[in-house]
Design a protein around this ligand. Structure first.
Ligand SMILES: NC(=O)C1=CN([C@@H]2O[C@H](COP(=O)(O)OP(=O)(O)OC[C@H]3O[C@@H](n4cnc5c(N)ncnc54)[C@H](OP(=O)(O)O)[C@@H]3O)[C@@H](O)[C@H]2O)C=CC1
Ligand SMILES: O=C(O)[C@@H]1CCC=N1
Length: 259
């Protein structure tokens, strides 16, 4: 996810000044300084925002390493976590243990951020300053839309819908492609049709004021092909039951990750 955000920031018209801590990436340039370990963070660098995009289990280790490396230079920063689950309180505790009593903001972005088409939920702990909220909002807005949420607990369902959501759409693309091939289309044609359809439907959802339901109905001719397919997909034990179940499972998992 960190890589997706980075791609989006680097492609944005006014990239922020970035120091990237990444064990694999090499090559600093004019736009970014890349370091392999926290100890290599440049001596004069005093971050406004520390973006954490590691797996939730690595959060405390990272905060500790960054705290040790930055020392007092961390004291005016805020943490922006994109990790599923991990709460502001847990991350604040980790920062305090690392020597910095600093605010935490939590975002739940998604991978379309890599192409500037992300959408992120954003929650700010009450201790975050208006300026820190504004910088984090702008960082996320540089790679797509931003939806502020008032309650931290809402980030679990945000994670289930939009954080994980691209995977559901990619699964649909996979299944459409496969079904096309099973009906004799070449892999290339099946892939173009599946992807082009999802792209076009996404554009309509984004560009037009109509509801998703109205757009669906407009495709569905009486007694036609779409009606035949939707009779399968919309059976009570099919999508109307399985999609909410899937969202429940993802929301529950996000709550579990929060501990
Ligand atoms: N994937 C997604 O669509 C989304 C993910 N997220 C959140 O983003 C976070 C990362 O997920 P994701 O990008 O999928 O996971 P990845 O495993 O792809 O990325 C995690 C990165 O963190 C690095 N890392 C872990 N520990 C350390 C460490 N101690 N020092 C330096 N680097 C470290 C890993 O390096 P290495 O490979 O060397 O271990 C890896 O590059 C998660 O918390 C997830 O909840 C949020 C929204 C969407
Ligand atoms: O699967 C996950 O846990 C992360 C959070 C949202 C998307 N990927």
């Amino acid at each position: 996810m960190g890589g997706a955000l980075l791609d989006g920031w680097l492609a944005s018209p006014t990239p922020p000044r970035l120091v990237i801590l990444d064990r694999h990436r090499t090559g600093s340039d004019d736009a970014i300084t890349v370091v392999r370990t926290a100890a290599e963070i440049p001596a004069g660098f005093k971050p406004d925002i520390i973006v954490l995009a590691v797996k939730p289990a690595a959060a405390e280790i990272m905060i500790d390493a960054i705290g040790k490396a930055l020392g007092p230079r961390m004291s005016n920063a805020a943490i922006l976590s994109v990790m599923a689950g991990r709460t502001c309180a847990a991350l604040s505790d980790a920062a305090r243990l690392a020597g910095a009593d600093i605010p935490v903001l939590r975002a739940m972005p998604n991978t379309p951020s890599a192409v500037g088409a992300g959408i992120s939920g954003l929650y700010a702990a009450p201790s975050a300053t208006p300026e820190q909220k504004s910088i984090c909002h702008d960082l996320l807005f540089a790679v797509g839309d931003v939806v502020p949420v008032e309650k931290e607990a809402d980030l679990s369902v945000v994670t289930a819908i939009s954080g994980s959501g691209p995977a559901y759409v990619f699964l649909l693309a996979e299944l459409l492609e496969k079904a096309g091939q099973q009906h004799g289309l070449s892999p290339t044609i099946a892939r173009r049709l599946a992807r082009g359809t999802i792209y076009g439907a996404g554009r309509m959802l984004d560009d037009l004021p109509d509801s998703a339901e109205d757009l669906r109905k407009a495709v569905t001719s009486p007694n036609g092909t779409t009606a035949a397919a939707l009779a399968v997909l919309m059976k009570s034990d099919a999508w109307p039951e399985t999609v909410p179940k899937a969202i429940d499972a993802a929301t529950k998992r996000a709550d579990e990750l929060a501990g």
